[in-house]
Ligand binder design. Structure first.
Ligand code: BV8
Ligand code: ZN
Length: 243
């Protein structure tokens, strides 16, 4: 922990990448954990354009189940610490999340790069208009208020390309930062998993926060093993008190 505090003290710029693990203590199952979201459902059956094409109501059932689950959950101390980091480092701080659960925003983070979209945003498959959860009738097959086309969750599915602007921004931030945190991610999904690699190959020190080792551990300068909701507040308290 001491080494991580020193890295934070010497950092001019900080980039944080979060994954499903940061929301685990809020009660949201991760994707690949033992109680993982993919366990009950198979990823290839649900988070792909083909699945939506074949059975849109099954895919919507899964997203509506997750929306309701997430709305009952609260941000945890890890999300809140990241909001404090943004307040402290101001423009020298960037948050990139793979999560679609909106918990960073609810914890107070103002600038959130949503790498895989947001489960509370939808877009029309016909006229491409976007609607927030609550702006359309949440039926088993939600329809566009504008053209009655079928709505889809505004998230990035497997096999779908990411928004090039978001990709470019995340790659640039990762190549220019001097400290990169990878928090609660298994480091298996690309291109998100390439961000720590880009940071490392540029000039950044990499700190990983996870309950277990991952492929990212091999390039991390510091591995803080444990729950993000316990580690991050402690790291931040030490940093603030030692400043
Ligand atoms: C793309 C949104 C170009 C939807 C998601 C073969 C090899 C390599 C790559 C590929 C391949 N075949 C296809 C690909 C590309 C594919 C990919 O990477 N597949 C993987 C599975 C191999 N990627 C794509 O398709 C991407 N697009 O590449 O476009 C393209 C175009 C056409 C064809 C090919 C390529 C799009 C990927 C985005 C998919 N969408 N989510 C939704 O959420 O419904 S991904 C999904 O997984 C989530 O976003 C999630 O964030 C993400 C990654 O998972 P993690 O966040 O890391 O979560 P996970 O459960 O895995 O791990 C949790 C971690 O937390 C664990 O390590 C655990 O130990 C830890 N943890 C648990 N509790 C705690 C904790 N840590 C701390 N504290 C705790 N308390
Ligand atoms: Zn429409």
């Amino acid at each position: 922990m001491e080494k991580a505090v020193n890295l934070l003290k010497n950092a001019q710029k900080v980039v944080v990448l979060t994954g499903a693990g940061i929301s685990a203590e809020s009660g949201i199952p991760t994707f690949r954990g033992k109680d993982g979201l993919w366990k009950k459902f198979r990823a290839e059956d649900l988070a792909t354009p083909e699945a939506f094409q074949k059975n849109p109501s099954l895919v919507w059932q899964w997203y509506q189940y997750r929306q309701e689950l997430i709305l009952k959950c609260q941000p945890n101390p890890a999300h809140k610490t990241i909001a404090l980091m943004e307040q402290y480092f101001k423009d020298n701080f960037s948050l990139i999340t793979q999560n679609v659960d909106n918990l960073h925003q609810r914890a107070g983070s103002k600038r959130v790069i949503e790498f895989h979209g947001n489960i509370f945003k939808t877009r029309c498959t016909k006229c491409n208009k976007q609607f927030l959860y609550g702006e359309y009738e949440n039926t088993p097959l939600p329809r566009c208020p504008n053209c009655n086309g079928l709505l889809r969750p505004n998230v990035v599915w497997f096999g779908e390309s990411l928004d090039p602007n978001i990709l470019y921004k995340a790659f640039t931030l990762s190549s220019e930062t001097d400290l990169f945190f990878a928090i609660g991610t298994s480091g298996v999904v690309y291109p998100a998993a390439s961000l720590p690699e880009i940071a490392k190959s540029s000039k950044a020190k990499v700190i990983e926060v996870n309950i277990e080792k991952t492929p990212i551990s091999y390039i991390a300068d510091e591995i803080l093993l444990g729950k993000a909701g316990e580690i991050l507040p402690k790291l931040w308290d030490n940093f603030i008190n030692e400043k």
